[in-house]
Each structure stands twice: as structure tokens, then as C-alpha cells.
Design a protein around this ligand. Structure first.
Ligand SMILES: Cc1ncc(COP(=O)(O)O)c(C=O)c1O
Length: 460
């Protein structure tokens, strides 16, 4: 019998096409184009199989805070592999790496938190948060209070429930999503959704009023929680307008609606504070985090809950018996050991202080590109940012068809030795947090060169 793909040849690229189903990839294009194969990483750079180097301007999907080749993380993983390579924490079992990491995270939390639940990805963390919210409201005898608020252009993951929270069309279309009981409110993007002459503060007031109208239309007793990224990432890096979260939280409090801060991208220094919640003045009831928790070296995520939520879950568990939720790899000891070492390095090297010291150079170069003929808006905070490309700067008219300009620039940037991510016609940047000021200039030199080479193509 011939194995599927056995006629594909032996190169990695042809075997990739034969055997790999790629996440977030145009599957049809991939059949002809094939993969870009990354072989190794060093510092802020990765190298492809032809030896060409790229600055990883996205820290490999918003993850690799410490860059590649951090030997201490390798050693932490190796030590833990030797001592206890795997074990679960179901049914009253536990182990020190999991316990230490939970204690550490509770100590670092931006508001008083009580317990940490571990998962393996941002999606699983947010999925867990939804389940905890439902469990909590059942415990409180509020079976109707179950709807979850999210926002247009939010990104909270890809499981059935978290893809439903995500407010991007490709995550719903033909996956038969969203599921019931998920509501999408307005995206707080002043450049796109603000009215002519409307200040950021007035825009934030209007968004809070619209949120309240939505809650009242649905019935406050049916709404359990709102999920929000401090700064929206995959929706195109949207920094909310001044006063936004203060006004939104006042509405949520009024109707006894929980706030979940999705810190999967913003957590661990990205925005210039340890948590995005601190930068944005959020006081979450639940906080989810992942990615930079382990510098992306191993999959691990965490959900922190307040004591009120934890206590209600204990009550429910008293009635039911087992709290029927958990992943085989919750608090995986090797991932937990690597996360602990990551947090130790953040402290020793004052990663937040470093971000604050280099962010002005990053934001300065980014915002200067707002003058470029193709750029409608340059936005960002800390070490995260995006450029939104437009066909007409004065009228903010997008390119037609949407996404073509972003994809074109993405390719040109890559040819110039820089990896960024196109989200429609916005180009995101989110480099490793350890990036130096000189490296930031290299990033923007490469990006600027690519932008100018895109002008004749896009402007014809
Ligand atoms: C804000 C946010 N939440 C959740 C997720 C989902 O995380 P994962 O891809 O690890 O499931 C992501 C992924 O990028 C994210 O940016």
C-alpha cells in the first residue's frame, strides 16, 4: 500500500505539503506555495533553512519575550525533566513546580486573587474562564445569568466557545459559530469608530452608553461577564481610548457583571507595566494569561480568580462532588518550571524597566511612520504597535479588496529580513521584550524600506 504523500519527495517543504494541516494559513495557496521553514533562533532573530536571518518582529505570535536561546530556560526544563518529567494534579495530587508557580502568580496579580487554574493555551484558559463563570452563577442560584459580552475584533481563542467570543469573521464563518449566549459589543477603535470631531473621552463615554444599552436590551439578569483584552492584539492592535475602561467598568459594576482581563498578549510587561490591566486601569474578577508566562518556550496558561468566585465554586462542588474540569497537562511540571524561571528572569533583569526604557524609541519610530503616504494610523503602546494601511489618508478609505495591501507589505517586509503580521491591512509589531534600542532601529529601518517599496505597487 502506498502511504499518503509518499510521492511527495523528501524535502521538508514537500513533506510539509504532503502531511501538515496548517493553522491560520490559506490552505489552497499553501498547496502551491508551500512553507517557509525556520530552522533555528538566536536572540531576537530566527533563521530559515537557507540560512537567511529575520528579526522576529512578532516574537513568534506575541510570545518570545526573552528571545531565542535563553539557556536558563533550557536548564530549568532539563532539571525538571530529570526530576519529575510529567505528573498531573487531578484528584488531590500536586507537585512543587505547580504549587510554586501558583503562589508566584498570586503574588504578582494586579488585584487580589485567590486561586490559579492551569491550562496549556490562551484558548483553554479563556474556555476555562467561561466555564467557571457559568459554574459560579449556578452556584449563586442565577441560572439565567449566563450571557458573555465580547467585542467586535476581539481575539480570545479558537475553541468552540472562545472562537465564539472572538469577534473576527474568519473565526466564525463556516465553523457554525458563534454559539448562543455570546454578544459582541463595539470595538474601541477611535480612528475607525470615532465620530467626526469626537474626542477620545467622548468616544469612551459613547461606548459605555452603548454597552449599557446592550445590557438593558438583553436584560442585565442574563449577562454574566465581559471579556476584554487590555490592548486588542489580533484584531489589529487597538489601544482603547482614554477613560474607556473606567467607564466600561462602572457599567459592569452597576449590573453585577464580571470582568475577565484577557492578558494573553499584554501580560508580563508588554505594555510597559507588568500587566496590561495596570496600564489600562482594569480591576478584573478573572485574569487569563499565557504566551510570555513561559516566554513561549513551553505551552502553559493560567486563570486567576478572586476569592468570591473560588468560594462559590467550592459551594457548587460541595453539592456536586468533583469539580469536573481539568486538563491532563494542567500545571505540567516541566512547563511550570520553565514559567517559574521565566518569571525569575523578568525580576532579575527588570524586564518592565527595560520595556519602559526602550518603548520611547519603539513608539517614536512607529508613530513617525504615520507620515508615510500609505499609513492611515500608527498606533501602539509599550512594545506593541501596528500600522494601518489606507488607500486615501485624508478620507481614511481602506484598500480594496481588504487585506491585499497588508499581505503585499507583509511579503515585502519579509524579503527585507523582518517578520511582522498582517491583520487585514494592519501590520502588527510585537518584538521580544529583550530587544535593544539599536535593534529597534534595525526593525524600523527594514520596515521603512519595505513600506517605500510598496508605494509604486499600491499607488500604481
Ligand atoms: C488575547 C488572546 N487571547 C487568547 C489567545 C489564544 O491563545 P492560544 O492561541 O494559545 O490558544 C490569543 C492568541 O493569540 C490572544 O492573543
Amino acid at each position: 500500500m502506498t502511504a499518503p504523500g509518499s510521492t511527495a519527495g523528501n524535502s521538508a517543504a514537500s513533506r510539509d505539503k504532503a502531511f501538515v494541516l496548517h493553522p491560520y494559513t490559506n490552505l489552497d495557496v499553501h498547496e502551491t506555495q508551500g512553507p517557509m521553514i525556520i530552522e533555528r533562533g538566536e536572540g531576537i532573530r530566527v533563521f530559515d533553512d537557507g540560512g537567511k536571518d529575520y528579526i522576529e518582529g512578532m516574537a513568534s505570535l506575541w510570545c518570545v519575550s526573552l528571545g531565542w536561546g535563553e539557556e536558563r530556560l533550557v536548564q530549568a526544563a532539563t532539571r525538571q525533566m530529570r526530576q519529575l518529567s510529567t505528573y498531573h494534579i487531578f484528584g488531590h495530587k500536586s507537585h512543587e513546580p505547580g504549587i510554586d508557580l501558583a503562589e508566584k502568580l498570586i503574588g504578582l496579580a494586579p488585584v487580589p486573587m485567590s486561586k490559579v487554574f492551569f491550562a496549556n493555551s490562551g484558548s483553554e484558559a479563556n474556555d476555562t474562564a467561561i466555564k467557571l463563570i457559568w459554574y459560579y452563577n449556578n452556584a449563586l442560584g442565577r441560572p439565567e445569568k449566563k450571557k458573555i459580552l465580547s467585542r467586535q475584533r476581539a481575539y480570545h481563542g479558537v475553541t468552540v466557545a472562545t472562537a465564539s467570543l472572538t469577534g473576527l469573521p474568519n473565526n466564525h464563518r463556516d465553523f457554525d459559530l458563534p454559539i448562543a449566549r455570546i454578544l459582541h459589543g463595539d470595538c474601541p477603535h477611535h480612528y475607525r469608530n470615532g465620530l467626526e470631531g469626537e474626542s477620545e473621552e467622548a468616544f469612551a463615554t459613547r461606548l459605555a452608553e452603548q454597552l449599557e444599552a446592550l445590557i438593558l436590551a438583553e436584560g442585565p439578569d442574563t449577562i454574566a461577564a465581559m471579556f476584554a483584552e487590555p490592548v486588542m492584539g489580533a484584531g489589529g492592535v487597538v489601544v482603547p481610548p482614554a477613560t474607556y475602561f473606567a467607564k466600561i467598568q462602572a457599567v459592569l459594576k452597576k449590573y453585577d457583571i464580571l470582568l475577565v482581563a484577557d492578558e494573553v498578549i499584554c501580560g508580563f510587561g508588554r505594555t510597559g507595566n507588568f500587566w496590561g490591566s495596570q496600564t489600562m486601569g482594569m480591576q478584573p474578577d478573572i485574569l487569563t494569561c499565557a504566551k510570555q508566562l513561559s516566554s513561549g518556550y513551553l505551552p502553559i496558561s493560567a486563570v486567576m480568580v478572586t476569592d468570591a468566585i473560588y468560594r462559590a465554586c467550592v459551594e457548587e462542588s460541595r453539592k456536586i462532588g468533583t469539580f469536573g474540569h481539568g486538563y491532563t497537562y494542567s500545571a505540567h511540571p516541566v512547563a511550570a518550571a520553565v514559567a517559574l524561571e521565566t518569571l525569575k528572569i523578568y525580576e532579575e533583569r527588570d524586564i518592565v524597566g527595560h520595556v519602559r526604557s526602550v518603548a520611547p524609541a519603539f513608539q517614536g519610530r512607529l508613530k513617525a511612520l504615520a507620515e508615510h503616504p500609505l499609513v492611515g494610523e500608527a498606533r501602539g503602546i509599550g512594545l506593541i504597535g501596528a500600522l494601518e494601511l489606507v488607500a486615501d489618508k485624508a478620507t481614511r478609505t481602506p484598500f480594496d479588496p481588504p487585506g491585499r495591501a497588508g499581505a503585499l507589505l507583509n511579503g515585502l517586509v519579509q524579503d527585507n529580513g523582518l517578520i511582522v503580521r498582517a491583520m487585514g491591512d494592519s501590520i502588527a509589531l510585537c518584538p521580544p521584550l529583550v530587544i535593544s534600542e539599536a535593534e529597534i532601529h534595525e526593525v524600523f529601518d527594514r520596515l521603512t524600506k519595505a513600506l517605500y517599496s510598496a508605494v509604486p505597487v499600491l499607488r500604481g
